[in-house]
Design a protein around this ligand. Structure first.
Ligand code: GDP
Length: 459
């Protein structure tokens, strides 16, 4: 078994170790976490200060070596005792020389000294299991690493600070109090206690439901910021789609020629426009009469891209009469922007052809009109509920759980209205179970596996 590539499933009493930095960089940080972290590191540590003596949380200079010889003669080591560490366990970090091999050898030696290689996200999973983070904060760690724009970074930082978790937990606590109230009514049906009137209970449930619905409405913003916007450049051959891709990127990425049919495959690149992460997709030009089987394959891919796009920029040549029959054949669920390119040439024509209604005119060559195009993309992306810079934006996972919570809560509220307390309690319990999965108050191993599997090893 290769100890570096076959991590065992999590077991809390284990000490885990992994490289926390990308392989090949100038410095490599090896992380150890668990009850044996300091003893394992101490087995290799040769420094003036022993790692398990104070001062803690201080970098010490030393070497790491085995009986056979030195592995790295200049290492900085730090010991962060639990529970006040990232994972909540004892944590040691060794800052070694980087490169492809050196730190890997140190890690292999540590794995011989009684710890095991960490699974993806296992350090953060331990932080969650030790109560250092709730699940939304743990997810924010992965979002932070994956953030493609400043806005996405801000969102991840706010979530990591616990803004979303606190909101969800507050609403959870309110519902849990209501459930306790419903259950007492069931436990003491004969008692003549001074119960709150049904309409007041219902009103409170409705308020909580409205707050949860507001959170649910932030899912579009969350999706855009986390996953970006898929913007597909499509249109007939030679209208300037590849030139437009290059102009938006600000560099020559796609091949541009005056020969029609050069782009035979879809080409994808990330760009940031007005802090929007855009996944730009340049597609093979669509035409009916290509005899070339490779170009036909490319066109099939173009059509597929149109199906998964958020925004389609349908490019046409502004110097030629617009052929409206070209695009209605292409059903796409995306919002479509009509963009006439080569405006620089069209402007020089004595009688430029009239552009179709709603079209924008741009020039990929001079950059004219690009800002208007960006305005239009921004408007399309944010004209959904809860647009703008709200403090939180839920992810697809949170949205799915909220989508399950909301109808259960609606049901509970209606049952309270008819004073059907028992069924109201059943519905409220179901709502709480789903809501609790957002922050991890109710979490099963499958849920944790799904969340932490998307992390990298060492995080
Ligand atoms: P595609 O097949 O739609 O991707 O088109 P290309 O980007 O390969 O461009 C086709 C031809 O049009 C090339 O010769 C480009 O230099 C030219 N072209 C593209 N955009 C412009 C523009 O805005 N102005 C002018 N004058 N020429 C352009």
């Amino acid at each position: 078994m290769d100890p570096l590539h076959d991590p065992e499933p999590a077991a809390d009493a284990d000490t885990i170790a992994a490289l926390a930095t990308a392989v090949g960089g100038p410095i490599a940080i090896i992380r150890l976490s668990g009850p044996g972290a300091v003893a394992t590191a101490a087995a290799l540590w040769r420094g003036q200060k022993p790692l398990d003596q104070p001062p803690y949380r201080t970098l010490h200079l030393g070497q790491v070596a085995t009986a056979e010889g030195t592995l790295d003669n200049q290492v900085l080591a730090v010991f962060m005792p639990g529970p006040h560490s990232y994972t909540g366990d004892d944590v040691v970090e060794l800052h070694c020389h980087g490169g492809a091999l050196a730190a890997r050898r140190v890690l292999l030696e540590l794995l011989q000294c009684g710890c095991r290689h960490a699974a993806p996200g296992e350090f953060t999973q331990r932080a969650f299991l030790n109560g250092r983070l709730d699940l939304t904060q743990a997810e924010a760690v992965a979002d932070l690493i994956a953030a493609q724009s400043t806005a996405a970074l801000h969102l991840a930082n706010r979530q990591l600070a616990g803004v979303l978790g606190r909101q969800v937990n507050g609403l959870y606590d309110a519902l849990a109090t209501d459930l306790a109230d419903l259950e007492s009514r069931l436990d003491f049906p004969e008692e003549d206690l001074d119960w709150e009137a049904a309409p007041a209970v219902r009103e409170r449930l409705e308020q909580t439901r409205a707050s949860l619905e507001q959170l649910w409405a932030s899912r579009h913003q969350g999706e855009v910021l986390r996953d970006g916007v898929r913007l597909v450049l499509a249109g007939p051959p030679n209208v300037g789609k590849s030139s437009l891709l290059n102009a938006i990127l600000g560099r020559d990425r796609a091949i541009v020629t005056e020969l029609p049919g050069t782009t035979r495959d879809t080409l994808e690149e990330w760009a940031h426009v007005r802090d929007l992460p855009l996944q730009l997709i340049d597609t093979a030009g669509l035409r009916d009469d290509s005899p070339d089987p490779i170009e036909q394959c490319g066109m099939a891919r173009s059509r597929e891209s149109l199906q998964t796009a958020h925004v389609v920029v349908w490019v046409f040549d502004a110097t030629l009469p617009y052929a409206p029959q070209a695009w209605p054949e292409l059903p796409t669920p995306a919002a479509v922007l009509l963009v006439g390119n080569k405006r620089d040439l069209a402007d020089r024509l004595p009688a430029p052809p009239p552009p179709p209604a709603g079209a924008l005119l741009v020039s990929a060559l001079t950059g004219a009109g690009l800002e208007l195009l960006f305005d239009a993309v921004e408007r399309l992306v944010w004209t959904r509920p809860q647009a703008g810079d709200s403090a939180v934006a839920v992810s697809a996972r949170h949205a799915a759980l909220l989508a399950a919570t909301l109808p259960a809560l609606q049901d509970a509220s209606e049952r309270v209205g008819t004073q059907d307390w028992e069924l109201a309690a059943v519905a409220l319990r179901a709502a709480l179970a789903d809501l609790g999965r957002i922050t991890g108050r109710t979490a099963d191993p499958d849920l944790l596996h799904t969340i932490f599997a998307r992390f990298c090893i060492g995080k």
